[in-house]
Ligand binder design. Structure first.
Ligand code: C5P
Length: 233
């Protein structure tokens, strides 16, 4: 059995509408091996108490609220999130340079060790979606522009599709963190473009992988978790 994932590289997306369902999954996870992600659904349903509860269970938390607002509001929101001692949080880079700099400033005022990650173009959007909202650049150029803006502004890494890893892991960008959603345990039939297996994403250089539905929608989440566990070095 090939062992290829370092402990802590897998972030389990707790995409639920209540804490009970989330805790049914976290009780199956060893916090030394897995981190967890709280997104807008769980956070909106449960409020910040969910962060305290997960911290008490020993987990590092990725707060995935993808802030995008005025620089002043994002600065204050990031400050509050960092005070809750999250491990990682994110912003939309399309909020612009001032917003990015305000987020970085707020995060560093609490702890430079907290990881601030930028979303370039959501993987759910295609060229037509971009053009519908008035972006005439091609998708790849738009991703690169936003990435450059984020890097200049001092963020720690980006969310990207596993398909973009070869680009983001080359040369001087190698130290920039990559967080990849769209991860499947087995390759999807027809080789769907925007998903990747854990194995392929890690071998392409991803630093962190977000796995949600493969665990949360499985009829046997423990079986999936045990399979991932068996890949840890
Ligand atoms: O594993 P699954 O496909 O269910 O993962 C979906 C998770 O990844 C959701 O929590 C979603 O918000 C997150 N995601 C993201 N950025 C994207 C695509 C998905 O954070 N570009």
């Amino acid at each position: 059995m090939e062992k290829f994932i370092k402990k802590g590289q897998i972030i389990v997306g707790l995409d639920f509408d209540n804490s009970k369902s989330a805790f049914e999954i976290t009780k199956l996870l060893n916090p030394d091996n897995f981190k967890v992600k709280v997104g807008s659904q769980l956070f909106t349903a449960c409020g910040p108490k969910i962060l305290e509860d997960l911290k008490k269970q020993g987990f590092d938390i990725f707060l995935d609220l993808k802030y995008h607002d005025t620089p002043n509001t994002v600065e204050k929101a990031v400050l509050e999130a960092c005070k809750k001692e999250v491990w990682m949080l994110n912003i939309h880079l399309s909020g612009g340079q001032k917003m990015i700099e305000s987020a970085v400033k707020a995060k560093n005022s609490v702890s430079s060790e907290i990881l601030l990650i930028g979303v370039t173009v959501l993987t759910s959007l295609d060229q037509k979606d971009l053009s519908d909202v008035g972006v005439s650049k091609n998708l790849e150029d738009q991703i690169f522009s936003l990435f450059s803006l984020g890097k200049k502004g001092g963020i720690d890494g980006i969310v990207c599709s596993p398909n973009d890893l070869t680009f983001f892991k080359k040369g001087e960008m190698n130290s920039f963190l990559t967080v990849c959603p769209g991860i499947r345990i087995k390759a999807e039939s027809g080789g769907q473009k925007r998903t990747s297996t854990i194995h392929d994403a890690i071998h392409l250089g991803a630093d962190y992988l977000v796995v949600a539905r493969e665990i949360t929608s499985s009829p046997d989440p423990l079986k999936v978790i045990n399979e991932i566990d068996s890949y840890f070095i």
